[in-house]
Design a protein around this ligand. Structure first.
Ligand code: PMP
Length: 359
């Protein structure tokens, strides 16, 4: 069997040992004679599996008891509406920072429910930087402040955590678990699973417990954090298999040495790829240095007529899913936790060889 180097932005590569373990346990999970997929979510075995996954996640990120951890569905996109539905309370306004396509989507959705003050935006510069906090125009009467620390499409990453006196909400879909972070700086963090957590179909929400209970009476039960928190994320049937796989990923992360080690490896991976791109006139990256994503590395060829050949030859060399997002074109290498350093080395080797042949 040969596994490709997979640079997909999501659903993304999963750690091979996790897939192997899932295969070993597939037909008979812990002597039950059934797969995880075939068991009731009320079964003790599944409840235990779910609790262990939450404990491991709390250990990895240092999440205190002040926070509820919710295992939900609907993707990060459902959070674009669940955040305002649950946090607005009586307020009619929220502050958003616009740094790319995912921030923009969150803003569009929030506008259904409240007035959105766009406190800062880098749209004028094609989302190539994160506006300094000194430029943010926050409103006095906003219920919360929302931003996206890592824009998956633009490859833009904040190099600071905002200091605000309102609850800070972060869409961490493409940066969570990639290195240590201080959860206590945030009121609410959400992330779709299909990058650094597990397979698609699961969404993680970490929310400070004092913010629960603000949803109004018309908010559907399935969109109410309080109801999910009160029911251990089992108000309805949760995505048990995705939850199980996420649990295996958390165990794998702990075995690797936790987020400190992952952060070091990810830092090295990103640095060598950006160094290579910066050292070449053939490739380019438009994002402000210091704010380039360590997870999603977009790059363009100086001559876009070569894009097709680049992608076809990369694919033939076992380097998959390097095509940039359909909205921006070019290339993008997503180098999440499960993408090994050897994959980045192989990519750089290929890029260097391609340049020599085509420049
Ligand atoms: N936010 C970010 C930063 C993302 O990268 C994505 C997906 N790529 C989303 C939100 C939307 O996630 P989902 O498809 O899980 O709804």
């Amino acid at each position: 069997m040969s596994r490709a180097y997979n640079f997909c932005a999501g659903p993304a590569a999963l750690p091979e040992p996790v897939l192997q373990r899932a295969r070993e346990e597939m037909l008979d999970y812990q002597g039950t004679g059934m797969s995880v997929m075939e068991m009731s979510h009320r079964d003790d075995v599944i409840v235990h599996m779910a609790e262990k996954a939450e404990r491991d996640l709390r250990d990895l990120l240092g999440i205190s008891d002040d926070y509820a951890v919710l295992f939900l569905q609907g993707g990060a996109s459902a959070q674009f509406s669940m955040v305002p539905l649950n946090l607005l309370g009586d307020a009619g306004k929220a502050d958003y920072v616009n740094t790319g396509q995912w921030s923009t989507k969150a803003i569009q959705e929030a506008r259904r429910f409240c007035e959105v003050n766009v406190a800062a935006s880098s749209e004028d510069a094609n989302f190539s930087y994160a506006p300094a906090q000194s430029e943010w125009r926050l409103s006095d009467d906003a219920a919360y402040v929302h931003y996206c620390p890592n824009e998956t499409i633009g490859g833009l990453e904040f190099d600071f955590i905002p200091e605000v006196d309102k609850p800070l909400v972060a869409d961490m879909s493409s940066t969570i678990l990639s290195r240590p972070m201080d959860v206590n700086r945030f009121a609410l963090i959400y992330a779709g699973a299909q990058k650094n957590i597990g397979p698609a179909g699961l969404t993680l929400v970490m929310v400070r417990k004092d913010l629960l209970g603000r949803a109004g009476p018309t908010v559907p039960a399935m969109l109410n954090y309080q109801i999910h928190a009160d029911n251990g994320s089992m108000y309805n049937t949760p995505p048990t298999f995705a939850w199980y796989l996420a649990g295996l990923v958390f165990e794998w992360l702990k075995e690797q040495g936790g987020l400190q080690t992952m952060g070091e490896i990810n830092g090295r991976k990103a640095a060598k790829l950006y160094d290579f791109i910066d050292g070449s006139d053939f490739y380019g990256n438009p994002v402000r240095p210091g704010q380039r994503s360590r997870m999603n590395v977009p790059f363009v060829l100086a001559d876009s007529a070569l894009d097709k050949a680049f992608l076809a030859e990369a694919d033939a060399a076992g380097l998959r899913n390097l095509k940039g997002h359909r909205s921006v074109g070019g290339m993008r290498a997503s180098i999440y936790n499960a993408v090994p350093e050897a994959a980045v080395d192989a990519l750089i080797g290929f890029m260097s060889d391609f340049e020599k042949r085509k420049a």
